[in-house]
Design a protein around this ligand. Structure first.
Ligand SMILES: Cc1cc2nc3c(=O)[nH]c(=O)nc-3n(C[C@H](O)[C@H](O)[C@H](O)COP(=O)(O)OP(=O)(O)OC[C@H]3O[C@@H](n4cnc5c(N)ncnc54)[C@H](O)[C@@H]3O)c2cc1C
Length: 411
């Protein structure tokens, strides 16, 4: 028997297990999936939970039933990989041998990495929404907050779902407006980027939306520390942003075992070829989803499109044939903008988000870089598609590689 071990059963790992179990002969291939957590979390729902759109129970499901029959699910923490010996060491002392390894252990918020962040004010006046506990605590804080200075903050790029903090800002603006509290809330968006987003055209659109909503942008803000006593963010160049309520996206990092195994870069992401997702150091290790260092968004959509191509490449690779499918960095994300509307962005390594219609030119129904109700409904509908189509590795009605059809350039 040949052995494929998949580390992490989140978005990418679950899709890979479902797709490859169907394609690899069960008499020849054993597939083992390892995750430290028996529950799968629908992370895009964490954005909406603080505003009362979802209850926590709507965002979690037992992990095992999401994996196919015919794979072994091991519930354990990964301690390290010995890539030369083709072995995974688990924290409980067990060892797993592999012929091929997929690292899909994602990225995690690390508030402990910024001085002052996870200290006396953590979950009192400083919150995150990238974890279920954080989103629930923030929901309670928002419901009771009388107003004041709300600061939404991004610590450092890359973060998963880079539009999520902007979405949170738009939703907070609408939330306070609907509660007739908006004139008592001063909102500032603090980012290490120059503008609202990483790519110029989208940055212009999204920055304009912040300005229309009277939200101040504090750009190029490289954080040095949070001063919890003075409730102030302090940058490396000694700029200060005071807050009454801070909603931060902490530094995102890949899993610590990646560093312990000598497989990662300085943020614990696995260096891979950006077209094939094959490790630059080992010919039998791939990294998928947020765990890799590819210069694409860390997003479920990227995991989805890249896993589609990876599957074909993997089958070629194990048969000794060249991998002919090249991933283009395709990402698409709905961007909630408040009051039941949203935008959609669609882009890849080379093409930035542009205006237009998606997925069918002229018809849409989704509008790119423009607010519409149908985009918001698309975001809500995606939760069903996630559990029933995406994770199961079933076909979705969108192209795997980015298409220019329906898009128009903007000067
Ligand atoms: C607030 C928020 C909103 C988002 N919105 C969107 C959106 O609208 N659209 C979109 O496309 N994406 C969105 N995302 C991003 C998306 O959820 C992630 O990019 C996607 O889940 C990445 O999949 P992954 O498999 O790489 O990692 P994950 O799904 O995070 O899975 C990683 C798995 O590895 C396991 N693991 C990690 N370390 C270990 C260890 N040492 N031992 C054992 N197991 C381990 C974890 O338990 C986890 O199950 C959002 C994310 C957040 C936080």
């Amino acid at each position: 028997m040949k052995r494929l071990v998949i580390l992490g059963a989140g978005t990418a790992g679950t899709m890979v297990a479902n797709k490859l179990r169907r394609r690899l002969d069960a008499r020849e291939w054993a597939i083992t999936v390892v995750d430290q957590d028996g529950v799968h979390l629908y992370q895009p729902g964490l954005l909406l939970l603080p505003f009362g759109v979802y209850e926590p129970g709507e965002l979690v499901r037992a992990r095992r039933p999401l994996l196919p029959d015919g794979v072994d699910f091991v519930l354990a923490e990964i301690d390290r990989v010995d890539a030369d010996a083709h072995q995974v060491h688990l924290a409980d002392g067990r060892e797993l041998d592999y012929d091929y390894l997929v690292v899909a252990t994602g990225t995690t918020p690390r508030p402990d990495e910024t001085p002052g962040m996870a200290e006396a004010e953590w979950r009192k006046s400083i919150f995150d929404f990238y974890t279920l506990d954080g989103a629930m605590a923030l929901r309670d804080a928002l419901a009771a907050w009388p107003g004041g200075r709300l600061v939404v903050h991004v610590t450092e790029m890359p973060i998963k779902c880079p539009v999520a903090p902007l979405e949170f800002t738009f939703l907070a603006d609408a939330f306070f407006e609907e509660r007739k509290l908006r004139d008592q809330v001063d909102i500032t968006y603090v980012t290490p980027l120059e503008g609202a987003f990483t790519k110029p055209v989208a940055s212009r659109h999204l920055g304009g939306m912040l300005a229309e909503r009277h939200i101040t942008i504090e750009g190029d803000f490289v954080i040095d520390r949070v001063d919890p006593d003075r409730k102030t963010l302090v940058s490396m160049d000694e700029r200060e942003v005071p807050f009454d309520l801070l909603v931060t996206v902490p530094l995102n990092m890949g899993a610590d075992f990646v560093a312990r195994s000598g497989l990662g870069d300085e943020l614990n992401y696995v260096p891979v070829d950006k077209a094939t997702l094959l490790s630059k150091a080992y010919d039998n290790i791939f990294a998928l989803g947020d765990a890799s260092d590819i210069p694409a968004s860390k997003a479920g959509s990227v995991a989805h499109f890249s896993v589609d191509l990876f599957t074909e490449n993997f089958l070629a690779h194990i048969a000794g044939r060249p991998m002919t499918h090249a991933f283009d960095g395709h990402a698409n994300c709905f961007v909630e903008s408040g009051h039941g509307k949203g935008l959609l962005i669609d882009f890849n390594y080379d093409t930035e988000p542009l205006p237009g219609k998606y997925p069918v030119p002229v018809v849409g129904p989704f509008t790119l870089l423009e607010e519409s109700r149908v985009n918001h409904l698309g975001k809500l509908g995606f939760r069903w598609a996630y559990w029933h189509l995406l994770l199961k590795g079933r076909p979705m009605p969108v192209p795997t590689l980015m298409s220019m059809a329906g898009k128009h350039a903007e000067s």
